[in-house]
Write a protein that binds this ligand. Structure first.
Ligand SMILES: [Mn+2]
Length: 431
């Protein structure tokens, strides 16, 4: 168990010590921003309270060094198992106070003792969000291969095996206190004609019907679509249209999950969000960023404006929806803990900016067809530097004013590198 590490969360004295020299500047900046926002009729304390209550889940695999299909360059002190991953996630939460939950991935995180995993989560100050099933690769000891698909496979025995794995994930989720399962499949085709498009979708629906039919009351199933990769010609759950068709057929326990990187280039993702909200089927969102495709870069690193526009839709519908938020990215050249802390803060930043939108004024300009002032209303919120709000929200909850600086000063990476043996580089993969 995680007796191996003293969680940074338990050492709040260290974080306070790191914050002390930065406190006066932060307070000045916060007070100044508070004055400016009050002239716009905005109470800064309301925004700060909302930001403080906002959380985004960390995927357990995110704390390992990622890779591409060409290579993976391991970093020092990579987590060896779920207990190491939870210790790393605990550091991210202790310093940012923005990531109170983790999203595990099975079978990668299946130790056979789920109670110990839940206890280790609590020990590191973490709860559990949606669990993720994995039928996109073959796991040790697995009887039948997923090379040609899983839930939509032509062989009923393979489909049954994939269904059974998802039901096992639901069981593990319940053991962790999680109430949701995210299903993303790698099923698809690399060649035109390889697969019967309609029959593959029907087989997927039949398999998912078994899974959704077996989950307990109050449990939700999220369908995650992805346009390409690992299948490069077509995937079975290709886009939000396929995802919505499936979710509608599967009934009220099934909803759609949107991953920012899983669309065709230039797709207007905020419109996808708005449409799924309209139909009551948006239940989850995965954050990352990209320039060309499903690049899995750090949230807000490439196109922070798009992140803001997505949050503009989410905040607009906050009285109707409460989606599960997760970071889903691959850290190939940075320390994953630093990337995840920075990304969680960027997600919070977009959320805070969206909270600043004057929605009454915006609706007025929209109704009057005043394109310029409607656009400027959004820009005004987006161009406000909400950094002081984020810093104050963090520090009030015991987090660090400058999380990356405090993390480096803690020497955490060096300590875990000494006790976790280096892993081989090997091939690619998102693990
Ligand atoms: Mn995802």
């Amino acid at each position: 168990m995680s007796e191996r590490h003293v969680p940074l969360a338990a050492d709040t004295g260290f974080i306070q010590e790191q914050n002390r020299p930065r406190m006066a500047d932060m307070t000045d900046d916060y007070d100044e921003l508070g004055h400016r926002l009050s002239r716009r009729g905005i109470e800064i304390e309301k925004i700060t309270a909302a930001v403080g209550a906002f959380g985004v889940a960390i995927p357990t695999w995110g704390v390992g060094t990622g890779g591409t299909r060409f290579a993976r360059f391991p970093g020092p002190g990579e987590p060896r198992d779920i207990f190491d991953k939870l210790a790393d996630c605990g550091v991210i939460q202790a310093l940012t106070r923005a990531t109170p939950t983790v999203s595990p991935h099975f079978p990668w995180d299946d130790t056979g003792d789920i109670a110990a995993v839940r206890e280790a989560g609590a020990h590191n100050g973490l709860g559990f969000d949606a669990v993720n099933s994995n039928t996109f690769q073959d796991s040790p000891g697995q009887k039948l291969s997923y090379k040609f698909g899983s839930l939509s496979h032509t062989d009923p025995a393979v489909r049954a095996q994939a269904v059974a794995h998802n039901l096992r994930c639901v069981e593990l989720a319940v053991g962790l206190g999680s109430t949701a399962l995210t299903v993303w499949i790698g099923d698809g085709a690399n060649f035109p004609g390889q697969q019967h498009a309609a029959r593959a979708f029907e087989r997927y629906i039949a398999s998912m019907t078994e899974i959704v039919g077996a989950v307990p009351d109050g449990f939700r199933v999220f369908l995650e679509h992805k346009m390409y990769e690992p299948a490069f010609y077509a995937t079975v759950i290709q886009d939000w249209g396929s995802s919505l068709l499936a979710a509608q057929e599967l009934g009220p326990k099934a909803s759609c999950l949107v991953d920012l990187g899983h669309h065709a280039p230039n797709v207007n993702v905020e419109m996808v969000v708005a449409r799924l909200i309209h139909v009551g089927k948006l239940a989850g969102f995965h954050f990352n960023d990209s320039r060309y495709g499903d690049d899995d870069l750090d949230a807000g690193a490439i196109d922070p404006h798009r992140l803001f526009l997505v949050f503009n839709e989410l905040v607009d519908a906050a009285d109707r929806i409460a989606p599960a938020y997760m970071l889903d990215q691959s850290h190939n050249v940075t320390d994953p803990i630093e990337s995840l802390m920075t990304s969680a803060i960027e997600v919070q930043r977009a959320y805070a900016q969206a909270l600043l939108v004057d929605r009454i004024a915006l609706a007025g300009f929209q109704d009057a067809n005043d394109a310029m002032l409607a656009s400027q209303t959004l820009r005004r919120a987006y161009t406000t530097d909400v950094g002081p709000i984020l810093a104050v929200a963090r520090s009030r909850h015991g987090g660090a004013i400058e999380p990356v600086a405090a993390y480096r000063a803690s020497g955490y990476r060096g300590r875990v590198a000494a006790e976790r043996p280096a892993r081989a580089g090997g091939g690619g993969g998102i693990v």
